[in-house]
Design a protein around this ligand. Sequence first.
Ligand code: ADP
Ligand code: MG
Length: 351
Amino acid sequence: MNKLNLAVLFGGQSSEYSVSLHSAGSFLRQIRKENYNLILIGIDQNGVFYLYNGDVEQIEHDTWKNDQDCTPCAFIHKGVISLEDPENKIDIDVVFPILHGKNGEDGCVQGLLELMNIHYVGCDVMSSSISMDKEIMHILCKEANIPCAPYVCLKKYEENPSFEEIQKQIPLPWIIKPCNAGSSYGVHKVETREDFEPAVEDAFYYDGRGKILVEKAIDGFEIGCAVMGNETVFTGSIDEIQIHGSIFDFEGKYEDKGAEIICPARITEQQFKDAQKLAYRTYKAMNCTGLARVDMFLTSDQEIILNELNTIPGFTATSRYPSMMNDAGISFPDLIDKLIELAMQRKVGVC
Ligand SMILES: Nc1ncnc2c1ncn2[C@@H]1O[C@H](COP(=O)(O)OP(=O)(O)O)[C@@H](O)[C@H]1O
Ligand SMILES: [Mg+2]
């Protein structure tokens, strides 16, 4: 069988640039290199694309961008060209975007690849963009009868309800968060009136589209489910996050501080099944393909509600998505092969 030409995208013009470098490093160490012709494409924080010929360590240490190993490049129809040698097209069968947040996970890069008629791993343009916007997710979940936390959306250039008005709708404590961010940037717990203004300001700072959410702070704990598939969907294991503070913050997520991930979650068999079912329903409601990690809460009333859906979850060897799939019997290298197979099955350039 011919090896697939697989382009791996890493970096990105997003606040989650460094998270992507770590994910890409682990991914490149785990992938079965004998199955693919690998083409590495780094995107710097200004959004410039480079063909990269260096080693994995430099990606992990963020020293990958140097004249020796990089040439600026551009996607063209079914391939990529180095801008220093534009006559020489490198064919690409499929792209694995290991990009998080803005421009990577929100449908932008997916749109570029659709236009270039290149297969890519993960959700399509529409599913990526709706899942990225937490207000749109709330609206669609309401339609689909998927339970979520009560919320109010505040918009930067519009008249918004006051603290008191919000309080009438949603009793304190609240979580204030950007509609379009990730990695817990700009997320704050609000317990008093004094907490409100600074939280709003910081959440707006991280939201490029000027929209933030005030949500009821859910009393309970966080669980997640790894989901994979196109028409036929597989739900993996459920994990549980034990946090020591009030938010699963950046340090807890990436620096092993203040949080522990337990997989499988210490919940009843019925709760496990219910969580898988809610994850499946959310995946289908958002018309996802490829993969997603569905994050939920198990409330103190023993109810399972949705928090958010991540279309490109963290991909390091210890990340939640690969760990939940591993717990369901799918090793990291098998998972990569399977996700690429799913990408090849989906049509591109037609939506
Ligand atoms: N409604 C909520 N109630 C309680 N905690 C929340 C709520 N919303 C967010 N959080 C906390 O903040 C973290 C980050 O929020 P999340 O909505 O997942 O955004 P991000 O896209 O940044 O991961 C969550 O993992 C959780 O710890
Ligand atoms: Mg989250």
